[in-house]
Each structure stands twice: as C-alpha cells, then as structure tokens.
Design a protein around this ligand. Structure first.
Ligand SMILES: C[S@@+](CC[C@H](N)C(=O)[O-])C[C@H]1O[C@@H](n2cnc3c(N)ncnc32)[C@H](O)[C@@H]1O
Ligand SMILES: O=S(=O)(c1ccc2c(c1)CN[C@@H](CF)C2)N1CCSCC1
Length: 282
C-alpha cells in the first residue's frame, strides 16, 4: 500500500480513536467519581491496609527524598481530585492542574477559589499528609492555603496531541521540572499504541533531568464514571508499565505496587492493583 495512503488511514484511525474516547468521557460525573473512589471503603484512613495511606505515602516520599525539585509541577489529567499534589505543593511554587473536561476544571476551581468548596471534603487527606510531614493534623488549613497559593492555573489538556497543552498555555522556562499523573493515561487510551504515544507527548512537557510520578491501575478494563457511564481502560501489568517507560526513554527510579483487598473491589471498576512509578527523564 502507498505509504501516504497508509499514513492517512493510520491518521484517520487515530482521530476515530480519540473521538470515541472523548465521547465516552462526555458523561463523566465528577461528584459520582469522587464518591466511588475517594470515600470509604477505598478512602478509609483508619484502615492500615487502605490504599489511601499507601498512595499518599508514596507521593510524600517521592517529593521529599531530595532528588525532586525546581519551580514548575504539572499534574496531568487531574480530574476532580487534588490529593496527588498535597505533598508536591510544599516543594514547588508554581503548579498547573490540568484536565480534558471543563466539568473537572470547574470542580477544581470551586475547591481552589470558589465559595462552595467542591463536591468532596478533602480535609482528611490534608490532615493525613500533614501527619506524614511531621506536622500537627490541625495544620491542614495551612496546607490548603499553600496549595491554593501555588496553583497558577487549571488548564485544558489532551494527552493524545503532540502538544498536550493548548497552544496558548505555554509552560514557563524550559518546561516542567516534575510531572505527576494518576489514573489518566491508561484510562484514556484505546490501546497500547495510544498509551505509549501519550506517554511520549507528556514527556515533551518535562525538562531533561525532570521527574515523572506516574500512578495507575493494574489489570483494569473498565471503570464507572457516573451512573451508567462505563469507560474502557487499557489493562496494564507491571512489565508493560516498565517497558513503556523504557521505550519512552525514562530511567526508572522506583516502582511500587499495591494489591487491592477484596472488600475494596466495590463494583465501580475491575482494578486489581495500583502502581506507583518514580522515573527520571535523562
Ligand atoms: C480516571 S480519571 C483520573 C482523575 C485523577 N487524576 C485521579 O487520580 O483520580 C481520568 C481523567 O482523565 C481525563 N481525560 C480524559 N481524556 C483525556 C485526554 N485525552 N487527555 C488528558 N486527560 C484526559 C478525564 O477527564 C479524567 O479526569
Ligand atoms: O486506588 S484508589 O482506590 C483508586 C482511585 C481512582 C481510581 C481507581 C482506584 C481505579 N479506577 C480508576 C479509573 F481510572 C480510578 N484510590 C482511592 C483512594 S485515594 C488513593 C487512590
């Protein structure tokens, strides 16, 4: 087949894949998503085997062990959540939260700068991270104020585009010093080729020597993002995560895996585990 024709067909297939995934996300319900994933039993701070303490500890350690630093932190695919930057906001003074959907960007703005506060009370998360930092849990309001003070903007993003941030949203300097992204790439990629390309696209936002903190689902093929809103997920295993990072040129610093207890499998998805990756862009 003529190479140009092949490229046109491939390009057309990619556009179709992006449109199909975008259509899936039009029903995304931020409040329902938060309810499904960020309230008990999944978010139970009193359970030693709960995933929340594990994940917040992974993030705290990654941001505070001395090798991560700079000015600009970008969270890719923030959704309606802020837990993923509660440690990073103490290290960086310029944060960008990003998401594909306006409903999620609005949810973030409501918590950051709005009157109502948002759909979820993040106080337990703020208190837990304060404890990890050796601070009194009552310092949670100071941490909330710090986060609100360092978030520069909540930006639209599409990881399937070679320049994921819209042309008008250029990052300061030579790019981000650190990227964090949780449950995004595998949740928006129709197949492994999309996943690997998206990983490459977000890597373009990161300066050489910068760090990627990537959190994601293992063994997940779908999740519910609202009543009747079923979103397909690219099912990953540890080996594939490592292969994709290597293929994208990253140096793996650490990979940690959490296996979900049976009672945390509550029907909102079929996730079997969660990975936490710290990697460095050479
Ligand atoms: C499973 S949620 C993850 C939310 C949050 N990071 C968390 O840890 O719970 C996936 C997010 O990816 C966003 N998304 C969907 N398509 C995207 C795209 N093409 N590029 C970037 N983000 C996208 C969705 O709007 C949603 O907020
Ligand atoms: O690991 S979670 O249970 C979690 C949190 C979010 C998600 C999943 C799992 C699995 N499905 C994902 C779909 F993309 C979203 N968790 C919720 C409490 S705070 C730490 C993260």
């Amino acid at each position: 087949m003529d190479r140009d024709v092949k490229k046109a067909i491939e390009g057309n297939e990619r556009e179709k894949g992006m449109e199909a995934m975008s259509a899936c996300y039009q029903g995304f319900d931020p409040a329902a998503y938060l309810q499904y994933n960020y309230t008990p039993p999944r978010a139970d701070f009193d359970r030693p085997d709960s995933i929340v303490p594990w994940k917040l500890e992974c993030l705290h350690r990654a941001f505070t062990e001395g090798d991560v630093g700079g000015k600009v932190l970008v969270d890719v695919g923030s959704g309606p959540t802020i837990y993923q930057v509660l440690s990073g906001c103490e290290v960086f003074d310029t944060l960008f939260l990003t998401d594909f959907l306006e409903v999620n960007r609005q949810e973030l703005r409501r918590w950051l700068w709005g009157e109502g506060g948002g759909s979820l009370d993040w106080t337990p998360y703020l208190q837990h991270v304060c404890k990890l930092e050796g601070r009194c849990p009552s310092a949670w309001s100071e941490k909330a104020a710090r986060l609100r003070s360092v978030v520069s903007d909540v930006l639209p993003i599409d990881v399937h585009r070679s320049d994921p941030l819209h042309p008008g949203s250029k990052l300061p300097g030579a790019g981000a010093d650190c990227l964090v992204s949780s449950f995004c790439l595998e949740s928006v990629s129709p197949n492994l080729d999309f996943f690997n390309r998206a990983l490459g696209h977000i890597g373009g936002l990161l300066r050489p020597g910068g760090h990627l903190l990537l959190i994601g689902a293992l063994g997940e093929s779908y999740y519910m993002a609202g009543p009747g809103v079923r979103i397909p997920v690219l099912s990953l295993d540890e080996a594939q995560v490592c292969a994709s990072l290597k293929g994208s040129g990253y140096t793996l610093v650490r990979l940690e895996v959490y296996s979900l207890p049976q009672d945390m499998k509550v029907g909102v998805d079929d996730v079997t585990g969660v990975f936490f990756v710290k990697a460095r862009k050479p």
